[in-house]
Design a binder for this molecule. Structure first.
Ligand code: TTP
Ligand code: CA
Length: 366
């Protein structure tokens, strides 16, 4: 079966988080800066939105230089606050990791994932999974992202780069060479300025040229392992697996209700699909949970949570549905306000590798 690997990268991440928190700045150049504190404006640009980029603002540029470029364009200059972006990142990463087979976070706003099993090796099925991920991130966090799908990590990463901003690029296995060939070698994952300079010395500028280079020559210039990596990367046949890094500690599903309400039956009706998907996730990832929570986001945007924690890890996912009714009733009684969004979370997850008891809950089709 063909591997189906994805790379996801959030668009202009820090600046987009700022726009979500304060939509009124959206149409202006937004520049997120790290102030060094020496003088009022000393420091560098961390990132900026596309309005600012169109006016030549770049990451790493001195703040003073960025301000000069934006003179007369009514820019918004914001101090970088890492903790806030980290919190958003964690929620986004949870949304992605819950929906894929293997998940590997590689930075605050990017990750590789593997959906070979859940897509059955079918790229159009994989594209649907990706659309579900993009929708969830947009609905829950208001953020856009770019995604690439391909048969290797190198191809997936190049796909997401080319899909920016906001797109999805699917590189079918049979189209890999056509897609990679014309790109400059500098676009390949792991090829920095030094490697590019050596490649240029031997007359290699494009990925296609690299793929046709004598392996012995590459080995001589770069060493055995890097040499063979370069060749594999250039043909999109690198075999690096997606390596799961952090085990998720919780799974959740949140929906925006069709209308604001505190009617528990109505809330549960709209959450039914989410709860089923949560049960499926627990089964397929072989996790037990100790805590189940009902989450309500109220009309004033405040959050209420009611939880039940069991004495021992629970393998039976049907216990979620059995407990949320009481939890939502409690939640609903605790406030006068209606709910805008409602969600269910299972947390304190642990491995439940007892196959026999798991199989009792496997559903038809599994
Ligand atoms: P990137 O993914 O490189 O950039 P981006 O998300 O701002 O823009 P895009 O992906 O649409 O091209 O980096 C992710 C975050 O890391 C970025 O939002 C801010 C931070 N960052 C820095 O603080 N300094 C830097 O030099 C770069 C490149 C990024
Ligand atoms: Ca990004």
């Amino acid at each position: 079966m063909a591997r189906v690997i994805g790379h996801i990268d959030l668009d202009y991440f820090y600046a987009q988080v700022e726009e979500v928190e304060n939509p009124s700045i959206k149409d202006r150049p937004v520049v997120v800066c790290v102030f060094s504190g020496r003088t009022e404006d000393s420091g560098v640009v961390s990132t900026s939105n596309y309005k600012a980029r169109a006016l030549s603002v770049k990451s790493g540029m001195p703040i003073v230089a960025a301000k000069k470029k934006l003179e007369g364009y009514d820019p918004v200059i914001i101090k970088m606050e890492h903790e806030r972006y980290e919190a958003v990142s964690e929620r986004v990463m949870d949304l992605v990791s819950e929906r894929v087979d293997i998940f590997e976070k590689t930075g605050i706003d990017e990750a590789f994932f593997d959906v070979t099993m859940s897509s059955g090796g079918d790229y159009s099925a994989a594209a649907k999974i990706v659309q579900g991920i993009k929708d969830a991130i947009l609905q829950n966090e208001g953020l856009t992202c770019s995604v690439g799908l391909g048969r290797s990590k190198v191809v997936a990463k190049l796909g997401s780069d080319s899909a920016k901003p906001g797109g999805l690029i699917t590189v079918l296995p049979q189209s890999t060479e056509v897609f990679l060939g014309p790109l400059p070698v500098t676009r390949l994952y792991g090829v920095g300025p030094k490697t590019a300079a050596v490649l240029e010395e031997i007359g290699v500028k494009t990925v296609e040229e690299l793929s046709r280079t004598n392996p012995a020559l590459l080995e001589k210039r770069f060493g055995r392992k890097p040499g063979s990596y370069l060749l594999a990367a250039a043909s999109g046949t690198d075999t690096d697996p997606v390596l799961a890094n952090l085990e998720p500690t919780q799974f959740s599903r949140i929906v925006t209700l069709k209308r604001d309400t505190k009617d528990v039956r109505e809330v549960l009706g709209q959450l039914a699909e989410g709860m089923t998907s949560l049960q499926d996730k627990l089964i397929s990832s072989r996790r037990s949970f100790r805590t189940v929570s009902a989450i309500g986001i109220l009309t004033d945007f405040s959050t209420r949570t009611k939880s039940k924690t069991f004495d021992t890890p629970i393998k039976d996912p049907t216990l979620i549905k059995e407990n949320v009714l009481a939890l939502f009733s409690e939640l609903s009684k605790s406030t006068d306000k209606d709910l805008r969004k409602a969600g269910v979370r299972v947390s304190e997850l642990s491995d439940s590798t007892d196959q026999r008891s798991l199989s009792e809950f496997l559903q038809p089709g599994w």
